[in-house]
Design a protein around this ligand. Structure first.
Ligand code: ZN
Length: 304
């Protein structure tokens, strides 16, 4: 695979001569690209035709691996059918974007479809990898269903919601059922409010306990804990010792919670992310890098 910078530079300079010939000179390997070799029928008939690459997609059997809802062109990348949205725009180079809808390609008017196709082939592996990463992240989205029997994670393990009108207050039993002191006729939003209130209470108790555990080990003193619900923020710390922690951390494993607690306490030593700061963290949690990586895969905003 060529250097992506080189790829961009190629497209930055408008072709002086007719595009197909200059392209073929620069890239003699194009005619034996994966597309041609994947579809022998097209290899015979389609070579030299600027749209052969797109047409050849039909020769590849199987479902479309990436299908943009507004797709207007199709290609084959690394043997996978990809239907993408192609747009002509005023810009200086070809833009490739892999988003939740799929692949979008934007190109200036002077770039030929063949050049677009070559750009795609060069980035085939990148496109598929980005898409796989997006799918993986999508899997981590956990939309909680607020109803009897639904499950959600508590300290990294699933618990199940159970309406229990006879209960005086909500509590977790030893079968990992969260017994909610609510009548069977409640609406989803009331279940959500009751569960979130319970989670927040649990979060407050646990976070305080962990702060009290780590603060003396780190030689710091925290003063006030408040719970936040910021979409992407795990926590914050102020010089005066006030700590804010995202209550949705309660969904995650204790190791993840401890990492955030230690991180915020370390800020009471160092109000930055300098090497000195990370040393304070590492002294307490030598495996903080792995914990942080695991945490980055979680998206708290998705716990809605
Ligand atoms: Zn920080």
């Amino acid at each position: 695979m060529r250097n992506p910078l080189q790829l961009v530079l190629d497209f930055l300079s408008p072709p002086q001569e007719p595009a197909p010939s200059s392209v073929r000179k620069a890239r003699p390997t194009f005619t034996s690209s994966p597309i041609s070799s994947l579809s022998p029928t097209n290899q015979a008939s389609g070579l030299g035709n600027p749209t052969s690459a797109a047409n050849s997609a039909t020769a590849v059997s199987g479902e479309i691996a990436i299908a943009h809802p507004r797709a207007n062109r199709e290609t084959v990348l690394e043997g996978m059918r990809v239907a993408y949205l192609f747009q002509r725009v005023r810009r200086r180079s070809i833009g490739f974007v892999v988003g939740p809808d799929g692949l979008e390609v934007r190109a200036p008017k002077w770039v030929t479809l063949k050049e677009v196709e070559m750009g795609l082939q060069e980035r085939g592996e990148w496109v598929l990898r980005k898409w796989a990463e997006l799918q993986e992240r999508q899997k981590n989205i956990r939309q909680i269903e607020w109803r009897e029997g639904a499950s959600l994670d508590y300290l990294g393990e699933p618990i199940h919601l159970h309406l229990s009108p006879q209960n005086g207050r909500s509590e977790l039993n030893d079968q990992r059922q969260l017994l909610l002191a609510l009548p069977h006729s409640v609406e989803a939003s009331q279940i959500r409010d009751a569960v979130q209130a319970w989670l927040m209470r649990e979060a407050k108790v646990l976070f305080e306990q962990r702060l009290n555990h780590f603060a003396p080990l780190m030689g710091v003193q925290w003063r006030r804990l408040s719970l936040s619900n910021a979409g992407s923020r795990w926590g914050s710390a102020r010089v005066d010792g006030a700590i804010r922690l995202n209550w949705r951390l309660i969904h995650l494993k204790p190791e993840a919670i401890d990492y955030v607690v230690v991180h915020e306490l370390a800020h009471l030593h160092e109000m930055n992310h300098s090497p000195a700061f990370w040393k304070v963290v590492a002294d307490i949690l030598p495996d903080h890098l792995e914990r942080r990586k695991a945490l980055q895969k979680e998206n708290l905003a998705n716990w809605a």
